[in-house]
Write a protein that binds this ligand. Structure first.
Ligand SMILES: C[S@@+](CC[C@H](N)C(=O)[O-])C[C@H]1O[C@@H](n2cnc3c(N)ncnc32)[C@H](O)[C@@H]1O
Length: 272
């Protein structure tokens, strides 16, 4: 077989079908919105992402799968305007609440999915298009083409490396199989076949997050699972007990054996 014959879009689809958890629709993300916002808004992920992206004041940024505004909110202070799109209305409500609290007025939110007709929705081209941890699509090639088509200058994608934010040891402890699905290497190969050679940086999240209570630490693990049974919940509690450390400040720190790592793929808009 020649490497050019590999159909990365089909391989991506097959790998997604083997994932350990079910595909999430907008209602699932609605339910996760408050917890996701709490866990992610102040994480050092956004700082690291922005350090690498180096935002420019003239940019209008299209943030696809913006969630509660993890990036849209800090970006808004540094660029001309942000269009934040997500298919979850609860995520957009989290973003709007925080924008209002912070007096941010240059973010436009639009409830839309990757596969909606963005032309019909009146979404214009933007200098920069980003997808941060939101490349949850069946047809990867169409999504990448769409990002490329909607950008006039640059494209940034933060994509999972290996297990990403999931903790394989925790899955083993709870007794569930762990298969995280495709990661950034599929995206890189497909981009290559599309004639795009992205720059690759990596974002590693510091494991410095502390929790006020044991329950907060439990909550930071529970999101990884759909519908835990009472037995599984007990095994999760035992796992947390074993790895929880009390620090001098009186808060808790959860020891984790794998570091959370993301790949930041970026490229300049093709002019050919
Ligand atoms: C893991 S969160 C990432 C949020 C934010 N970009 C960040 O990095 O913190 C994934 C987001 O993508 C959104 N999402 C998932 N599938 C989507 C789709 N098909 N169309 C639009 N948004 C989607 C979810 O609602 C969720 O807000």
């Amino acid at each position: 077989m020649h490497f050019k014959d590999i159909d990365w879009n089909s391989l991506w689809q097959e790998a997604r079908q083997q994932k350990s958890w079910k595909k999430k629709g907008n209602r699932d993300w609605d339910k996760r919105a408050p917890g996701f916002a709490k866990r992610n808004i102040d994480s050092n992920y956004a700082d690291r992402f922005l350090e690498l992206v180096q935002p420019e004041p003239h940019w209008r940024v299209l943030d696809i799968g913006c969630g509660p505004g993890t990036l849209a909110l800090p970006l808004a202070a540094r660029v001309n305007a942000v269009t934040a799109i997500d298919f979850s209305s609860a995520m957009l409500a989290e973003l709007e609440k925080r924008a209002a609290e912070q007096g941010i007025t240059n973010i436009t939110t639009i409830q839309a999915s990757w596969t909606d007709d963005w032309g019909k929705l009146g979404i214009p081209e933007h200098e920069v298009v980003i997808s941060s941890r939101s490349l949850s699509v069946v047809d990867l090639q169409s999504a990448l083409e769409k990002m490329n088509n909607w950008a006039t200058e640059k494209i940034f994608i933060a994509d999972r490396v290996g297990s990403g934010p999931f903790d394989p040891d925790l899955f083993a402890a709870v007794g569930r199989p762990f298969e995280p699905g495709p990661d950034y290497i599929f995206t890189v190969n497909l981009l290559y076949q599309m004639g795009i050679h992205p720059k690759i940086d990596y974002i590693e999240i510091d494991q410095t997050k502390t929790f006020a209570t044991k329950d907060d630490a439990m909550e930071s693990c529970r999101w990884m699972f759909d519908d835990l049974s009472p037995d599984e919940e007990a095994r999760l509690a035992a796992y947390v007990d074993e790895r929880l450390e009390h620090n001098e400040a009186g808060t808790y720190y959860l020891r984790r054996s794998s570091r959370v790592k993301w790949a930041l793929l970026s490229w300049e808009k093709r002019t050919v």
